[in-house]
Design a protein around this ligand. Sequence first.
Ligand SMILES: [Zn+2]
Length: 569
Amino acid sequence: MTNDRSQIEEIREKIDIVNLVGKYVEIRPAGKNFVGLCPFHTEKTPSFHISPDTQRYKCFGCGQSGDIFNFIQEIENLDFPETLEKLAKEAGVELKKIKKNPHIEKLELLNRKATEYYFRSLKKNDNIVAFKYLTEERKYTEDSIKNFALGYAPGNGELTTFLKKSGSFSEQDLLSSGLFSRKGLALREKFFKRVMFPIRNSRGKFIGFSGRVLPGNDFGPKYMNTPETPIFHKKENLFGLYESRQAIRKQDLAIVCEGQTDVISAFQNGISNIVSPLGTALTTEQLEKLSRFTKNVLFFFDSDEAGQKAMVRAFKMASELNLHPFATSPSPYKDLDEMINKDLKELKLRIKKKRDAFSFLLFAFIENKDLANYEDFNKTQKFINDLLSSVVDQTAFSFYKKKAEKIVGVLDKDITRKKLQKTPPIKDSSQCASHEKQIPKNESSYLQLLLLLDEIAIPKDHDTAIFTAREILEILRYIEQNPKKSRQEIFKQTKKSLVEDLIFASSKIIDLDQESIKRDLEDIYLKIQKLFIEKKKKRLGVKIAIAEEKGDLEKSKLLLAEYQDLVNQ
Ligand SMILES: [Zn+2]
């Protein structure tokens, strides 16, 4: 891994986006750009544009855009460090290892050492109860215990001695690991007489633990996690993500279940694309993390009411993140673990036939309802409304709506989907839809043509003062002060998404003959100028009328002269 910006720039310089995208998508030249069918959504006519000038891509169908790093991250489903590694290899750039924060490294090492200690404790004769709990009650194999590095915390002070003996940890390190608390002058182990489930982050580093009490021991909560530490954030991590990431990518599906014990049982039975939150409700941050590996998430929650409520929440969070939520339940069994033991075949079938979460939830909701009854019908409408209001994606929204209509008949008229907060997809690439409201078409066309020139400079007799759109004016001023800069440079320096949009929109301009571009530029300039003069004339007319009304002859005379000048221009 590296965070060296210059290395990122070096890779960027060595890899051409057109070549890179061309390996995944069939592309053809269009004007100064290239176009092809978008790899990120299904379409029949190409709306995926690649600009060699800005080294960026943009889809006018689904709104996806970015540079080489974003493209590889999206299409290969990689996280940023992995993307960097892949592209560095391709560019022949050797990545420098970064120096990590020593405190973080120490905490990671401490957690690894603690994992080793707990793992070894499990095998000690004194702790046979814990071992039996895992192998007999939970039916975990020795392989599973090893794979997930399960262990046991006797809590007899040995861990403190073990860590102190291993050398490199200060008392402060021990305290900030969250595994200890201070009691008077001494340190006390927080986990005792608990079976330990180590938690790894997505890079495989041990960052914390979840400890379960042994059966018959009622001391403290059933499950207890490491508290928040500099490396352990319960909200952001998932149990099993490191172990299952390859399978998730390969199967393009992540199963989210309720607890870590389910994850281990599932793994042991050949279901290895599965994760769970860390003993609390699923969070948006966890789903976001998961979305780097797949967009398809199958929620597998318990059959009870709490499980179904959690499913509604999960559906909404996933829909807001534009993921594809699916759902199933272990019914008639109470949880995944029970179903694994009693009907593994049916379980695998349910995963394979995964239903969309919307239909799943709707059917579950109306199961005991009579839609001919007004109250039940009303409740169902409200339920549908509530679910659909979290759906961002238009296609998914229509799909769910149609399904609901089939089941309940007519839907409320005011049913609406969630409005996208990010850049909305732009349908028509011939105009800058995202900016068109504020910017007169003539002015954006002028800038667009200007950007098509081999030597980008504003003609000497063109006066930028006549432009009314501030955004355009700022870019024109930059070009005025920095003539003959490249498109790439202008894009970089002005940082205007408008420049990017105009460059992409110009894919449609096939005739790149410089003379005709210059002619068109002149024509448009004259149009803008005419409009400018008309407006000015109108304003002067009003001023003259006011001056005359007031009897200010001197002023009216001056204004009239100005007006004449305009007409003669
Ligand atoms: Zn697209």
